[in-house]
Ligand binder design. Structure first.
Ligand code: PLP
Length: 385
């Protein structure tokens, strides 16, 4: 990456940490065995996988056998949702989610709900994108088999009251799935405290490579794998294990979680400085998402009607700032964000979404430069041609 680029897109992905690369290398170079093989090379790979499983389990406060390694957050979400729904033998099944979930959850739920035996309730969120635990509990029915609520939102950074929802669901047979993909590097992940039955993590959001994920699946949760194949991962996820990447996700999660509180304090300081700088420097800009109950490094805005994400992102990129809109744009076609829609933003304002997400590698000086540059870039875009 250009040394001058200020990377403010850590919610999209993060750089792989050098110590994580070091940990992976032996399993790419010499110890290339298949962990299912009985010979020495296979057994070395098996031990590395089990070591990583124990590391992840210790952080989540669960048993190692409750950890399933997958290829990404999207796969973890899909396995949890489809696997739990498929395991139920109820003639009618009811699912609950929120309108601000990542597409990995929302599209999966919506597709399942095209079946006449499956009903879906989408519980509304407030203007900060937060769902009320009591509203989730009120939506429960005797035939509810799954509730899925994300830990923290990828577009606006808002945290959801997971532990509160977990406590309300404790006496209901429905399984509670949490997409914790954005939370993995920043929030406590103890599954007992949170009261969750299934949880998705993705390595590339916390300094492991792209292409590896974790699914926590509480023992005793009814689950029928939607993948058919061999019996890896105790029949919960077929396919040869990606040993080096599994080693990497364990090493990365241990690293980010051990330094979590110190790093979060620094990130919150930088984030608040950035938010204040953008709001002060760009007339009409407004913060989106919860003002305080949000991810420590997450700043998100609507910049004002008439501005459009693609143009802003290209101009910011030329000014040396890598940012994101948070909403999906396909081949230059502007699309409003389903998250901002659900929070009640008018479509034209939603098109002006800007997401700036910080990470440990951002310096104070970079934030100062971003605060100087962003108003200049937006000012130019607003000026009549
Ligand atoms: N869930 C959330 C909240 C995300 O932010 C993302 C990715 O941005 C995903 C799921 C998908 O994760 P992956 O990129 O590992 O498939």
């Amino acid at each position: 990456m250009d040394v001058e680029t200020i990377y403010l897109d850590h919610s999209a992905t993060t750089a792989v940490e050098p110590s994580v690369i070091e940990a992976m290398i032996p399993y790419l170079k010499g110890n290339y065995g298949n962990p299912s093989s009985v010979h020495l090379l296979g057994q070395r790979a098996h031990h590395a996988v089990e070591e990583s499983r124990r590391t992840v389990a210790a952080i989540l406060g669960c048993r190692p056998r409750e950890i399933v390694f997958t290829s990404c957050g999207t796969e973890s979400d899909n396995l949890a949702i489809r696997g739990i729904v498929a395991a139920s033998d109820l003639p009618r099944r009811h699912l609950i989610t929120t309108p601000v979930e990542h597409k990995a959850v929302l599209e999966t739920m919506t597709q399942l709900a095209t079946s006449p035996e499956i009903d879906l309730t989408v519980v509304p969120v407030d203007r900060y994108g937060q769902v009320r635990a009591a509203d989730v509990a009120a939506a429960l029915r005797p035939e509810t088999v799954l509730v899925s609520v994300m830990y923290a939102n990828n577009e606006v950074g808002t945290r959801q009251p997971i532990a509160e929802i977990g406590a309300l669901l404790a006496n209901h047979p429905a399984a509670f799935h949490v997409d914790a993909v954005q939370a993995g590097g920043y929030l406590p992940l103890n599954v007992e405290t949170l009261g969750v039955d299934a949880m998705a993590l993705s390595g590339h959001k916390f300094h492991a490579p792209k292409g590896v994920g974790v699914l926590y699946l509480r023992g005793g949760t009814a689950y029928r794998s939607p993948m058919t194949g061999a019996s890896q991962e105790r029949n919960r996820r077929a396919g040869t294990l990606n040993v080096a990447f599994i080693v990497a996700i364990g090493a990365a999660l241990a690293m980010v979680q051990s330094e979590r509180e110190t790093k979060n304090t620094r990130l919150r300081h930088l984030r608040d400085r950035l938010i204040q700088g953008v709001l002060a420097g760009v007339p009409g800009a407004a913060l989106t998402g919860h003002p305080t109950d949000r991810l420590p490094g997450h700043a998100s805005f609507v910049m004002g009607e008439g501005l459009e994400a693609d143009g802003m992102l290209l101009s910011l990129d030329m000014a040396g700032i890598a940012a994101s809109s948070g909403s999906a744009c396909t081949s230059g076609e502007a699309r409003t964000s389903h998250v901002l829609d659900a929070m009640g933003y008018p479509p034209l304002l939603g098109l002006s979404a800007l997401r700036l997400t910080l990470g440990d590698d951002n310096s104070e000086d970079e934030i100062v430069r971003a605060i100087e540059q962003i108003p200049i870039v937006i000012g130019r875009l607003r000026a009549p041609a």
